[in-house]
Write a protein that binds this ligand. Structure first.
Ligand SMILES: [Zn+2]
Ligand SMILES: [Zn+2]
Length: 337
């Protein structure tokens, strides 16, 4: 089978590999769509460790279970990418990724979906309803699930004011899920086209900030545009300037929610938090239930997936580099014939 693998020195290369053997309790999935995530950049840059190379990346996977009759329930699936035990105290409380008996993650520490076939534990399959395309299923398997998880952790509800910083794939999903939860959302992004998308998908207002200095005046702008300071600041950008600005933005009692990885440190004096009882939350990936919820919302038409570009494996590297340049409107997806 054809695969794209991460090799020595952060190089992505196309390779011919044998179709993997299937251990007991696992299934072979023929990949039909695999989303291209900002996380891929972190692997190429060495920020994340794939625990062994070469490693087939790709953790946003939809496909068909081989051997299942076409059109049968369970033949079309999205892959839940956390290989958790399903029964420890974390798995029982919607925090599957913290599983004490985790076997890692598909497309992170085990071979993933940038290949024609991928093996996954049977319990990691989530059926895709007919109303949800493979491409949407792939995107929901990372950014959709991540957004549901982060919104649930943040505890937001009706009438809350929320700022979503960064309108990439995750930011678009966060905007929709926060609005579904009843919050008024301000989307902040480096480009007007991304804000148009966010406002079409539920953001009440949008603000373009296209250089770090622009974050200096964000607290005043955010309060003006939301009617008052935000209760929750979802951070998907993660630079010194954006993080510093976030804490100045928050209403008393508000929460800063860091999502995804950043190479930059967070500098804040505890006193700046204590005075207004601000909270720092972090959220990464999500639980299987979060993914099932995202797919159910999508099937009802409540959670939309924006596909920026489709490419085959030959176009994967270019798709990843577009993310570095922040040129992607929504999500790029690798598709398989
Ligand atoms: Zn991802
Ligand atoms: Zn567990």
């Amino acid at each position: 089978m054809r695969a794209a693998e991460l090799a020595e020195g952060g190089v992505l290369r196309l390779a011919e590999r044998p179709v993997p053997g299937v251990p007991d309790g696992w299934v072979l999935v023929r990949t039909t769509a695999a989303g291209v995530c900002g996380t891929e950049l972190h692997f190429l840059e060495g920020l994340l460790d794939p625990m062994g190379i070469p490693r087939v990346l790709g953790h946003e996977i939809a496909g068909e279970v081989t051997g299942a009759p076409a059109g049968s329930p369970g033949s079309r699936v999205a892959v839940y990418n956390v290989m958790n035990c399903g029964s420890c105290r974390y798995c029982n409380t919607n925090r599957d990724r913290l599983c004490t008996r985790s076997r890692g993650m598909v497309g992170f520490t085990a071979d993933g979906g940038f290949a024609e076939y991928v093996i996954v534990p049977e319990r990691n399959l989530v059926p895709l309803p007919d109303a949800v395309t493979f491409e949407a299923g792939a995107v929901l398997a990372c950014s959709g699930m991540t957004a549901v998880h982060a919104v649930r952790l943040s505890g937001i509800g009706i009438g809350d004011r929320v700022l979503v910083n960064g309108i990439g794939g995750v930011g678009l999903m966060l905007t929709q899920v926060a609005a579904l939860a009843g919050a008024t959302v301000l989307a902040v992004s480096d480009g007007a086209a991304k804000l148009d998308l966010a406002q079409n998908l539920g953001a009440r207002a949008g603000l373009v900030i296209d250089d770090p200095a622009g974050y200096e005046s964000l607290p005043e702008e955010a309060s003006r545009m939301l009617g008052r300071a935000p209760d929750v600041f979802f951070e998907t950008v993660g630079t010194r300037e954006t993080m510093r600005s976030a804490f100045r933005c928050l209403a008393p009692g508000g929460s800063f929610v860091q999502i995804g990885y950043t190479s930059q440190p967070l500098h804040i004096h505890p006193g700046a938090l204590i005075k207004n009882e601000l909270r720092i939350l972090t959220s990464a990936a999500g639980s299987k239930n979060d993914l099932e919820t995202a797919i159910a919302l999508a099937a009802q038409g409540l959670l939309k997936t924006v596909i920026a570009n489709r490419a085959d494996l030959d176009g994967l590297e270019a798709a990843i580099l577009n993310l570095r340049d922040r040129r992607v409107l929504g999500r790029n997806v690798v598709t398989f014939a």
